[in-house]
Design a protein around this ligand. Structure first.
Ligand SMILES: Cc1cc2nc3c(=O)[nH]c(=O)nc-3n(C[C@H](O)[C@H](O)[C@H](O)COP(=O)(O)O)c2cc1C
Length: 368
C-alpha cells in the first residue's frame, strides 16, 4: 500500500445543487443551482482534474439557500452526464431507511460503472427534522445512529445473508442483489462522513472510509487526524482525510484578498446570523463543545463550512503552496468551493493544479 505522502492529492468540488452559491453574500456569484449549469460544471470539472463531486443535502432554506435540489437524484443525474467523476450523495440517517439507500447506491453504482459514493451526515439543522415531522436526537445519539447506519451499509453490501441487530436498525438474512460493483481496493461505494466533534472523530476511526473536515488550518487539520487515527490505528483501519476550502485564486494576491473582502462586506447579515444560531446544534451542543463551527466568527460563517479558514486565497503559486502544506498535515483530498464556478474551476485546473503536481513531485525527489 502506497503511503499518503506519495499518492497525488485528490480534488473534489462542492456541487451547487442549492441556490445562493457557496457564500452567504449579496456579491455577484456567477454560479447557478440548475441542472443544466451543474451538468456543464461536472463535465468541466472532470476535465480539470477533479476526481470527486460532493452534493449537499438540504430540505429547507438555510444559509441563504432558498431552493434545493435533492441530493441523491441530482447525484445520479451528474453521474449520467460524466465519465470519470465520482459523485458523493449526502444523506441523513433518520430520514433514510438504510436498506433503501443501500439499494439506491447499488443501482447508481451499476448505472455509473462504479462511481457512486455516499456522505453520511449526522445533522445540525433541527428545524429541518422537526418540520419534516421527524424526531431530533441529541448529538451523541445522532452519531450512534449514523454508526449503525454505516455498519448496516457495509454488511448489506458485503454479505449474502446480512445480519444486524442494532438499537436503531436491524437486518435479517438479507441478500441484496445485485451488490454494488467491487474493484481493487474498493469493495463497495466509498463511505464519507461530515462532522468534526469527538463523536464524529470516534465514528470515523471505527467505520468510515473518509473523514471530511470543515475549513481549518494545517495545524487544526493535523490535530483532528491524530484523534481519528488514535481510534483507527488499534483497529488496523486506514481512514482518509478531506478538508473543505473556499478557493479564490487570482492573478494577483490583492485581487484575491479584495474579492474575499467584498464577499464579507456584502454578507447577508440576517441569513448568516440565522445560520449561526442553527449550527449551535453541532459541536457547541456536545459535552466538550468541540466540532463544526465550535468557534466560527461571523466572517467564517459567510462561507458556510468555514472555507475561508483554510487559506486557499491568493495567486496560483500561493494557493498551490498552501495546498501542499495541507497535504503535509495529512490531507488526502481538497474539497473546493468557488465564487464563479465555471470560470474558477477552469482557472484552478489550468493555473493551480499543475503547480500542485510540480510541488508534489519535488517533495518526492530524494534529498541530495
Ligand atoms: C464536508 C462536509 C459536508 C457536509 N454536508 C452536509 C450536508 O450536505 N447536509 C447537512 O445537513 N450536514 C452536512 N454536514 C454536517 C454534518 O451534518 C455534521 O454531522 C454536523 O454538522 C455535526 O457536526 P459535528 O459532529 O462537528 O458536531 C457536512 C459536514 C462536512 C464537514
Amino acid at each position: 500500500m502506497t503511503s499518503p505522502a506519495t499518492e497525488p492529492l485528490k480534488f473534489a468540488y462542492w456541487v451547487p445543487n442549492v441556490s445562493g452559491g457557496l457564500v452567504v453574500s449579496k456579491i455577484e456569484q456567477r454560479t447557478d443551482w440548475s441542472y443544466d449549469y451543474n451538468k456543464k460544471l461536472a463535465q468541466l470539472a472532470e476535465k480539470n482534474g477533479f476526481e470527486y463531486a460532493l452534493s449537499q443535502v438540504r430540505y429547507i432554506a438555510s444559509y441563504g439557500a432558498a431552493y434545493q435540489h435533492e441530493s441523491t437524484s441530482f447525484s445520479l443525474a451528474l453521474l449520467l452526464a460524466t465519465e470519470r467523476l465520482k459523485v458523493i450523495a449526502a444523506v441523513h440517517p433518520g430520514l433514510w431507511q438504510p436498506g433503501v439507500l443501500a439499494k439506491w447506491l447499488a443501482t447508481a453504482d451499476h448505472i455509473s460503472g462504479g462511481r457512486a459514493a455516499v456522505n453520511v451526515v449526522s445533522g445540525w439543522f433541527k428545524d429541518e427534522f422537526t418540520k419534516l415531522g421527524e424526531p431530533w436526537l441529541e448529538h451523541g445519539e445522532r452519531y450512534r445512529r449514523s454508526e449503525e447506519f454505516i455498519r448496516y451499509l457495509r454488511e448489506i453490501w458485503t454479505s449474502d445473508a446480512a445480519e444486524l441487530n442494532g438499537d436503531f436498525y436491524r437486518l435479517h438474512d438479507f441478500d441484496l442483489k445485485p451488490k454494488p460493483l467491487a474493484s481493487e481496493g474498493r469493495p463497495h461505494p466509498e463511505i464519507f462522513q461530515g462532522g468534526n466533534s469527538s463523536d464524529a472523530k470516534g465514528m470515523a476511526g471505527r467505520v468510515s472510509d473518509w473523514y471530511f473536515a470543515n475549513g481549518n488550518t494545517p495545524e487544526g487539520l493535523a490535530a483532528q487526524i491524530k484523534d481519528v487515527n488514535a481510534v483507527a490505528g488499534p483497529l488496523g483501519r486506514r481512514v482518509r482525510f478531506g478538508i473543505n476550502g473556499f478557493i479564490v485564486a487570482r492573478d494577483t494576491e490583492k485581487e484575491a484578498r479584495d474579492t474575499v473582502r467584498e464577499i464579507i462586506d456584502k454578507a447577508d447579515r440576517e441569513a448568516v446570523e440565522g445560520f449561526g444560531s442553527a449550527v449551535k446544534q453541532a459541536g457547541q451542543s456536545t459535552g466538550d463543545k468541540t466540532g463544526m463551527w465550535q468557534d466560527s466568527t461571523f466572517e467564517d460563517l459567510v462561507q458556510y463550512n468555514d472555507g475561508f479558514r483554510t487559506g486557499l486565497i491568493g495567486t496560483p503559486e500561493q494557493v498551490a503552496e498552501r495546498i501542499v502544506e495541507l497535504k503535509r498535515a495529512g490531507a488526502d483530498l481538497i474539497l473546493g468551493g468557488f465564487l464563479h464556478y465555471l470560470e474558477d474551476v477552469e482557472y484552478f485546473g489550468q493555473r493551480v493544479l499543475p503547480l500542485v503536481r510540480e510541488l508534489e513531485a519535488q517533495q518526492l525527489e530524494p534529498v541530495a
